[in-house]
Design a protein around this ligand. Structure first.
Ligand SMILES: NC(=O)c1ccc[n+]([C@@H]2O[C@H](COP(=O)([O-])OP(=O)(O)OC[C@H]3O[C@@H](n4cnc5c(N)ncnc54)[C@H](OP(=O)(O)O)[C@@H]3O)[C@@H](O)[C@H]2O)c1
Ligand SMILES: *[C@@H]1O[C@H](CO)[C@@H](O)[C@H](O)[C@H]1NC(C)=O
Length: 326
C-alpha cells in the first residue's frame, strides 16, 4: 500500500474507533435506572476502585446508604470525596443517600471480624452485601493468617464476612448477596490437597481457583438460605478497565498499545458494574437465588461450577480455615 493510503486508512480507522468509543460512553448504561434504594443499606467490599467504586456511585445515586469496606482508609476517603463531588452536592443532599467508609482488610480475619462487629453494633439493617473486592495474579504471598493471598482475599475473607453478617441479612429480609466472580473460573480447580499452594504456586491457576470458589460458595449458600428471604447470586463483569491488573507486568514498549486496546475494547467500570447493580437493586431478580449472571442475564455454568459435593466440601473446609468451626 502506498504510504498516503496507509496513513489515510490508519487515520480513518482511528477516527471511527474514537467515534464508536464515544458513542458507547454516551449511551449511559442504566441497570439501576428508575429503581430506588432509599432506606436501604448496602455494603460493598473494595469500593474505592474499579467496579466497586462504580457500583457505590450508582447505588448512592439511587439513595442507598452505602458502606464502603476498604483496606486503605486514605484511598477510601479520597474515593468517597470524589464520588460525592461527581454526584454533585445537590444530588447528594436531596437524595438522602449516604456514603460511609469502614476499614476492612480481607487478608486479615481479625480485620474482617472487627469490621463485622462494628456493622452489627451500628447498623439496624443490611439489605445488600456485594462481595466485590479482589486481587489478581499477584506473586506468591500469604495473608495474615497464612492463606495463599488470592484464595484468602477473594474467597476466605468474603466467606467469613458473609457468615458473620448473615444474621443481620436474615433479619432484614428480603435481602441480597451479590458475589463478583469471573469467567476465568473455567481454568480453576478446587485442589483440596494444596489450598494454600505450598506445594506449587501458579498465579493464574490460583486466581481462577478463587473465582471458582466464589461461584461454588454462592451456590452452597443459596441452598442453605432457601426459605429465609435472603438470595445470593454470582456474576462475571466482562473485561473491564480497572486497577485489577496491577500485578501484571506489561513491557514498557507494549504499554501504549495495551492502553489503546483496553481503552477501545474493554468495558468502563460503569459498564462493568451493571450486573452488580442489577442484582443488587432490580425488581426483576426479586427471589432469584443460586444463579450466575453476565450482562444482566442468567448464564450457563460449566459442570465443575455446579458440583454440589465439591461446593459442600469447600464450605466445610472454609469453615475450619476461618475458625468458624473448631
Ligand atoms: N476488571 C476485570 O476485567 C474483571 C474481570 C472479571 C472479574 N473481575 C472481578 O471484579 C472485582 C473488582 O475488581 P476491579 O476490576 O474493580 O479491580 P480493582 O480496581 O483493582 O479493585 C479491586 C478492589 O479490591 C480491593 N482489595 C484488594 N485486596 C483487598 C483486601 N485484602 N482487602 C480489602 N480490599 C481489597 C482493592 O483495594 P485497593 O485499592 O486498596 O488495592 C480495590 O478496592 C474483583 O473481584 C475481580 O476479580 C474483574
Ligand atoms: C498455570 O495455570 C493456568 C491456568 O490454570 C494454565 O493454563 C497454565 O498452563 C499453568 N502454568 C503452568 C506453568 O503450569
Amino acid at each position: 500500500m502506498a504510504p498516503a493510503a496507509l496513513t489515510a486508512a490508519l487515520l480513518g480507522g482511528g477516527l471511527l474507533l474514537a467515534a464508536w468509543r464515544w458513542l458507547r460512553a454516551a449511551a449511559r448504561p442504566g441497570a439501576g435506572a428508575g429503581a430506588s434504594m432509599r432506606g436501604k443499606t448496602v455494603i460493598i467490599t473494595g469500593a474505592n476502585s474499579g467496579l466497586g467504586r462504580a457500583a457505590a456511585t450508582e447505588l448512592l445515586r439511587m439513595q442507598a446508604r452505602v458502606i464502603m469496606g476498604c483496606r486503605d482508609r486514605a484511598r477510601a476517603e479520597r474515593a468517597a470525596r470524589e464520588i460525592r463531588a461527581e454526584l454533585g452536592e445537590r444530588e447528594a443532599a436531596e437524595g438522602g443517600g449516604e456514603l460511609v467508609v469502614r476499614e476492612l482488610d480481607l487478608a486479615s480475619l481479625r480485620s474482617v471480624r472487627a469490621f463485622c462487629h462494628r456493622v452489627l453494633q451500628e447498623e439496624p439493617r443490611l439489605d445488600v452485601l456485594i462481595n466485590n473486592a479482589g486481587i489478581f495474579q499477584c506473586p506468591y504471598m500469604k495473608t495474615e493468617d497464612g492463606f495463599e493471598m488470592q484464595f484468602g482475599v477473594n474467597h476466605l475473607g468474603h466467606f467469613l464476612l458473609t457468615n458473620l453478617l448473615l444474621g443481620l441479612l436474615k433479619n432484614s429480609a428480603p435481602s441480597r448477596i451479590v458475589v463478583v466472580s469471573s469467567k476465568l473460573y473455567k481454568y480453576g480447580e478446587i485442589n483440596f490437597e494444596d489450598l494454600n499452594s505450598e506445594i506449587s504456586y501458579n498465579k493464574s491457576f490460583c486466581y481462577s481457583r478463587s473465582k471458582l470458589a466464589n461461584i461454588l460458595f454462592a451456590r452452597e449458600l443459596a441452598r442453605r438460605l432457601e426459605g429465609t428471604g435472603v438470595t445470593v447470586n454470582s456474576l462475571h463483569p466482562g473485561i473491564v478497565r480497572t486497577n485489577l491488573g496491577r500485578h501484571v507486568n506489561i513491557p514498557l514498549l507494549a504499554k501504549p498499545l495495551f492502553n489503546l486496546v483496553s481503552w477501545a475494547f474493554f468495558k468502563t467500570p460503569l459498564e462493568g458494574a451493571q450486573t452488580s447493580i442489577y442484582l443488587a437493586s432490580s425488581p426483576d431478580v426479586e427471589g432469584v437465588s443460586g444463579k450466575y449472571f453476565g450482562d444482566c442475564k442468567e448464564e450457563e455454568l460449566l459442570p465443575k461450577a455446579m458440583d454440589d459435593l465439591v461446593a459442600r466440601k469447600l464450605w466445610d473446609i472454609s469453615e475450619v480455615m476461618v475458625g468458624l468451626l473448631k
